[in-house]
Design a binder for this molecule. Structure first.
Ligand SMILES: Nc1ncnc2c1ncn2[C@@H]1O[C@H](COP(=O)(O)OP(=O)(O)OP(=O)(O)O)[C@@H](O)[C@H]1O
Length: 273
């Protein structure tokens, strides 16, 4: 069963009328991971933000985005706010942007959870502390008292994953969650995302330039180029028998690059397995 069905999604700039995403259609099955790959500017982030209805106001979108059968584009902003976080979580590239710089991260986390659950403060703190420990964040209470700029990019991403563990959404959208991280932190964050899927059974959209990681994490792959979907299919088929020339180019170049990088880094080969 599909948890998300996107049909003929079009996104355009209302100022210039330029088409940025040209009628893409895809599905995410419950509990499975769909990776979206493609070169810079191909429309991956716009697609993720369209699902969350978080694109800039100057952009327009049409088509259907059905989440558990309900068309998200027909919901009011208030109804959509109830879906964000609780049912669909977005993990962005730069953790710093996800948090309010003017308050300690604990405030943001407690407020977000309190928006969706009737739990008291003690219960929220207990659940959050357990989730933070499970993603290898030591001293959760100390971390909750820090401002975002006092924490590393890898820590902020793991805090987002801990928050998702507490919220237990049906769908997580991870938009290049490791791009801003060093190789070791990136490896740890991917491991935690995989554990998150295993522990919550959630579905995931995973956007990445790193085909080594995609090979490890994805069940299905969607390939985008210049705002259009050029190919989609099971991950093993995309990596071994891609039909489209552009996909074959990506696989031969980007996967080779990723594997070469892992070798140079001394054996943490995320492309294996
Ligand atoms: N707010 C906006 N207004 C107008 N054009 C935009 C806006 N945001 C993105 N675009 C354009 O839309 C296209 C797709 O952008 P998008 O951010 O989705 O690419 P991407 O595939 O995620 O790239 P990257 O891998 O570099 O993040 C790009 O040409 C970009 O310049």
């Amino acid at each position: 069963m599909a948890v998300l069905e996107v049909a003929d999604l079009q996104i355009w700039d209302s100022g210039t009328n330029q088409c940025l995403v040209a009628g893409s259609s895809f599905q995410v099955k419950a509990g499975s991971c769909l990776a979206i790959v493609g070169e810079s500017g191909s429309g991956k982030s716009l697609t993720c933000k369209a699902i969350m209805r978080l694109n800039d106001s100057g952009l327009r979108q049409s088509g259907e985005i059905r989440f558990k059968g309900e068309n998200l584009l027909a919901l009011s902003e208030k109804e959509m706010r109830q879906k964000r976080g609780k049912q669909i979580c977005l993990i962005v590239q730069n953790g710093m942007r996800a948090f309010d710089p003017s308050c300690v991260v604990g405030v943001h986390l407690l407020e977000t959870i309190a928006t969706h659950f009737d739990w008291g403060r003690d219960e929220i703190t207990t659940r959050l502390t357990a989730a933070m420990e499970s993603v290898m964040l030591r001293n959760p209470r100390e971390i909750m008292n820090k401002y975002p700029h006092q924490l590393s990019g890898g820590m902020l991403q793991r805090i987002m994953i801990a928050l998702a563990l507490v919220l237990a959404p049906d769908l997580i959208i991870a938009d290049e969650p490791t791009t801003a991280l060093d190789a070791v932190s990136a490896f740890e964050v991917v491991e935690q995302l995989m554990a998150l899927r295993q522990n919550t059974g959630c579905a995931m959209i995973f956007v990445s330039h790193d085909l080594g990681v995609v090979k490890k994490i994805a069940d299905e792959v969607l390939v985008m180029k210049e705002g259009a979907v050029v190919e989609s299919g099971a991950a093993h088929q995309i990596f071994s028998k891609a039909r489209h020339e552009y996909t074959r180019y990506l696989v031969s170049n980007k996967l080779a690059l990723s594997q070469r990088f892992s070798q140079v880094m001394g054996g943490v080969d995320v492309a294996e397995g």
